[in-house]
Design a protein around this ligand. Structure first.
Ligand code: FAD
Length: 288
């Protein structure tokens, strides 16, 4: 049994996030990405959970595959959106049977298309944390939003709700952001509310500006002018990647210097940017 709360207690963690592939081809490509990242000896990898339902079973399949076929510790994301309590109980039972010890308990967002929406017994992620806790000895993570969640009326309110949720969980992982101070302020403000559990910063290397700008808009993340300028100063996709990797490396250094308990990379199911950042940071890589 490898619980992320125990890994965090024994030192910094370096982890990667994937989404479940929709096709067999994408599944093969994800398998390749995971094989390429395995020599980096990640502390854990996590697999997202779809709002619509079609990829939900695939989350279970991917985390179970990682558990069976690799030496990496997996974590399954699970959302409140579209779930009744008995369904959640079944999903958690299946994870226990598959030897999955780590769950990221999330609010989730309802699908944009109303026809895909399903009723939920949950309103907030904190309620799901309670049910996961009651279901077994899972290590439980939650989401944190350094610049505030888009639905929060204020940053202060966002921090109060996060502190209450994190007090019941084991650790948090943040939404991506581009400036160190957003993270430091989050950690300080939650600590001022009496909660000092580990908060892992989420890192999104920009390898495609348009794609990340869209994701930033949806998640309430500011895309800073200085970053847009640096990316706009280059034209070739390879140069955009190079700038994105350099900027992410610098942010990682600043976060580690600020005392972050680890780094969690949003890989978008590709390995090369993360591998380059690892190399830039001088983190150990096992021989292939
Ligand atoms: P909550 O904690 O429920 O918070 C949602 C909003 O409600 C916030 O504004 C909060 O301040 C407010 N709130 C919370 N509790 C209360 C309360 N008691 N009273 C009043 N207001 C309250 N989405 C997916 O669909 N699948 C994924 O796999 C996924 N993975 C993610 C991984 C990470 C690391 C992060 C940061 C986000 C992820 N998301 C994922 C997105 C996430 O589901 C959305 O951001 C969602 O809108 C909010 O999730 P939450 O867990 O923060 O929700």
């Amino acid at each position: 049994m490898t619980r992320i709360v125990d890994l965090l207690a024994s030192g910094r963690t370096f982890s990667f996030e994937f989404f479940p592939p929709k096709t067999d081809g994408a599944q093969l490509s994800l398998g390749r990405t995971i094989a390429e990242l395995e020599p980096l000896d990640p502390s854990f990898v996590s697999v997202t959970y779809g709002a619509g339902g079609s990829t939900r079973q695939r989350t279970h399949e991917v985390v179970s595959w990682v558990r069976r076929e690799t030496a990496i510790t997996p974590m399954a994301h699970l959302t409140c959106a579209g779930h009744r309590r008995p369904e959640v109980a079944q999903i958690l039972e299946a994870y226990r049977e598959a030897g999955i010890d780590n769950i990221l308990a999330l609010g989730g967002d309802q699908p944009a298309d109303e026809a895909d929406r399903r009723p939920s017994d949950y309103r907030y992620a904190a309620e799901l944390v309670e049910d996961v806790r009651a279901a077994g000895p899972f290590s439980i993570g939650v989401a944190a939003h350094p610049e505030g969640h888009p639905r929060s009326p204020s940053r202060a309110e966002d921090r109060r709700q996060l502190a209450a949720k994190l007090a019941r969980a084991d650790f948090a992982i943040t939404q991506f952001f581009f400036e160190r101070d957003h993270y430091v302020r989050l950690v300080d403000e939650v600590a001022a509310l009496g909660v000092t559990k580990p908060i892992l910063p989420g890192i999104m290397p920009v390898t495609n500006k348009g794609q990340v700008v869209r994701m930033a808009e949806l998640s309430g993340t500011a895309f800073p002018g200085w970053l847009a300028e640096r990316l706009d100063a280059v034209e070739e996709p390879e140069d955009v990647r190079r700038v994105g990797v350099a900027v992410a490396t610098e942010l990682c250094r600043e976060l580690l210097d600020a005392g972050a308990p680890g780094l969690h990379f949003y890989t978008l199911n590709r390995s090369s940017a993360t591998r380059e950042i690892y190399a830039n940071l001088g983190l150990p890589v096992a021989a292939a």
